[in-house]
Design a binder for this molecule. Sequence first.
Ligand SMILES: NC(=O)c1ccc[n+]([C@@H]2O[C@H](COP(=O)([O-])OP(=O)(O)OC[C@H]3O[C@@H](n4cnc5c(N)ncnc54)[C@H](O)[C@@H]3O)[C@@H](O)[C@H]2O)c1
Length: 448
Amino acid sequence: MATAGHVAARAGRLLTVSDDVVLLPDSTRRLRGPAVRPDARPSRPPDSHWIPGIQESGTSQVVFTNPVLVSDSAAARAPGPSDSVCSMAELPRLWVRHEVRPTERRAPIVPSDARRLVERGIAVTVEESPQRAFPIGEYAEAGCAVAPSGGWVDAPLEAYVVGLKELPDGPAELVHRHVFFGHAYKGQQGAGELLRRFAAGGGELLDIEYLVDSDGRRLAAFGHWAGYVGAALAVLRFRGTLPAPLQPSSKEALDAALGASNTGKTEPAAIVVGALGRVGRGARAALATAGIEPTCWDLEETRVLDRPALLGHDIMVNAVLTTGPTTPLLTKEDVEDPARRLSVVSDVTCDTASDWNVLPIYQHTTSWERPARRLHDDPPLEIIAIDNLPSLLPREASVAFSAELTPQLMTLGTADPAWRRCAAEFRAALERLERRERLHEAGRPRPT
Ligand SMILES: NC(=O)c1ccc[n+]([C@@H]2O[C@H](COP(=O)([O-])OP(=O)(O)OC[C@H]3O[C@@H](n4cnc5c(N)ncnc54)[C@H](O)[C@@H]3O)[C@@H](O)[C@H]2O)c1
């Protein structure tokens, strides 16, 4: 997938050459070296081989298309786009992009963590972004360079472009390494298009969802604040004070709303399922703020599901992460059960498209405009299923996420196993895509 020039960019500061220079946007200069036929090259010393090369001078980088001789020890440190490894002496260069979704106010790196990165010698460029919860001035004060929104398309090839959610529709070829939530490995909508763009440009997706430790635990996630908001919305809905449309706010404002909604009447009985996870712990924290002590279930308590006990609560928060077939927590029959007390379900998991969905009682997520949807009238049952809950508390969610991601970013470009696993997931996804497309071209149905 990688182009020669792309590999060259990754070889980075190891090489020094001079040649005729073609100026490209953003000071990226590509060199077209004199044509060197393989048979006309000087003989190769035993401990070296040919690779395309790059020279960096100041803020400009120079990529040349003809091969350069490097020693194998140097080349061993030079990364390819698919293995994300570079010299230990080389620090990654980060480029924080503007998020295109207008409601997305979160940032993957907050200014205080950007400062930590800069102090480590890591160059950080941050794009201007009108809706980001953190003003660009705070990044500039932290020592970051500032670039216009969308400037990443012209960023130096060795930069890691860091974001959270979807990329804009262009360019068609993605040449950089991108760190973000791609949602592209499980056949999601638009997944094929995104992977094809990476394949076309020789870039790489390092999907944060797959940045895991050796036990498969995610190293940077938004779960806590998703659970906090998900449970808070359920309580507000139960108490009849949930506003619509929802607006991003602060924890202080959300807690004040929870306090104001508490009229001193009998507290609702709430249950959190998946209570030991990140989302579950966040949900329990919000319920505690609301003065509610919930029933907490995790794997152990659902092994044999006590359905009547579940239906005997007023509020349920689903915080389960399924990794295989599981007994559903609620079914259509439960929705129609006349004895059901449960009236508000906040499904933080929002796994509607998954075969392992534990709440197959609704099909479509709800939105900030209409956060709750009625599933049944008598007895009433409403679902809240918002798939971008942490964006409603953008500052708190960003601070917590950035604290987890920043130490990982410090190891980007090294042989760190977590990033290697991430890169391997990307390669596997590309291979699956290629296989599907080959089958399609051969006229056979694509496997799902
Ligand atoms: N809606 C949103 O905006 C949003 C944001 C972040 C995360 N999420 C989703 O929330 C879910 C939970 O994420 P997390 O970070 O808390 O995961 P996690 O791995 O930290 O926690 C999941 C918990 O579910 C438990 N669990 C698994 N199967 C269970 C079962 N059958 N019964 C009871 N408990 C079970 C696990 O033991 C674990 O404690 C994920 O699906 C995630 O994608 C949604």
